[in-house]
Design a protein. Structure first.
Length: 305
């Protein structure tokens, strides 16, 4: 670690806590009561490294563009005593990022928001598909005739028939899910090139995952039923077969096919991002923090990632 570094530790509940290394065995960060992780009435304070770490490994965030250490420390010290903490808009990560770059950002908030949006798109797809296919057709209801009528109406919006219906219904949730991944993995010029390359791979994989899920779903519909093909009988048979895998019928099969692109967009996007980071060797430097009462010089021993 070095003076002006953006450092963070992983907490047991799965989140990370961030601060600025002052280079003298102390850290400036948003904190509650000394020695605790509570953020009730949190304020920016200077703590000993051991109080910040709480026996956890300290990680150093890498930047491609970062301001001079004196500027970083100056910003951090200018906020000492500030009580403007907000979990979503001004948390400890926002603070540390601002100290280093002059702008606020929180990867934790961005990722959680992205995953929440992607999950909401999937849930919306699951919750509305059955209603949509049973309501928009000329034959209402969840009978085979009702489902096929609804799919035919939906497919007709793009000049297709019932075979295109599930993809039309899936389009909006998939687009929302893809958009959420694109936002969560957008490029950041202050971060290392390898990190941005991994994010690009995740964004591409999100689109590819949704497209593959859509194509795979339609192939399954055409091939899994007792009647193969994309005729009305083939689609009805295929959807019923897919629905039977989860203990349902045609409606369940339609929901599964329509929801798949939104689900795969998120899984493929973040999965590819994680794999790409590993393959590109993106690792945050880790150091062993000093023990309480034994704070020594700022150069603490490093350990391998």
């Amino acid at each position: 670690m070095a003076k002006g570094d953006h450092i963070y530790v992983k907490r047991p509940l799965g989140y990370t806590h961030h601060g600025i290394d002052c280079g003298d065995g102390t850290v400036i960060h948003f904190t509650g009561e000394p020695g605790t992780t509570t953020k009730a009435a949190a304020s920016v304070a200077r703590s000993m490294m051991s109080e910040f770490a709480l026996d956890s490994i300290v990680h150093v965030r890498d930047y491609a563009k970062k301001d001079d250490p004196q500027v970083v420390i100056g910003r951090a010290e200018s906020k000492l005593g500030s009580k403007e903490y907000h979990l979503v808009t001004n948390n400890c990560e926002h603070f540390a990022t601002w100290c280093c770059t002059g702008r606020t950002a929180s990867e934790q908030v961005r990722r959680v928001s992205s995953l929440t949006t992607s999950g909401a798109a999937t849930a919306t797809s699951l919750g509305t598909t059955a209603g949509a296919v049973s309501a928009v057709g000329s034959v209402a209801g969840v009978s085979a005739a009702g489902v096929m009528s609804g799919l035919g109406t939906a497919g007709g919006l793009v000049g297709g028939g019932a075979a295109a219906g599930p993809l039309v219904i899936a389009a909006l949730p998939a687009a929302i899910s893809i958009g959420a991944v694109q936002a969560g993995l957008r490029s950041d010029e202050t971060l290392p090139e390898e990190e941005n390359d991994a994010r690009r791979d995740g964004r591409i994989a999100s689109v590819a995952g949704a497209a593959a899920a859509g194509a795979g779903g339609m192939a399954a519909v055409a091939g899994m039923g007792a009647v193969a093909g994309t005729s009305a009988a083939g689609i009805a048979s295929g959807l019923a077969a897919i629905g039977g895998l989860v203990g349902g019928g045609m409606v369940a099969g339609t929901v599964a096919v329509a929801a798949a692109p939104a689900v795969l967009a998120g899984i493929a996007g973040y999965g590819a991002y994680a794999i790409s980071r590993r393959l590109r060797g993106v690792r945050q430097k880790k150091v062993i923090p000093p023990q309480a009462g034994l704070e020594g010089p700022p150069d603490t021993p490093e350990i391998e990632p």
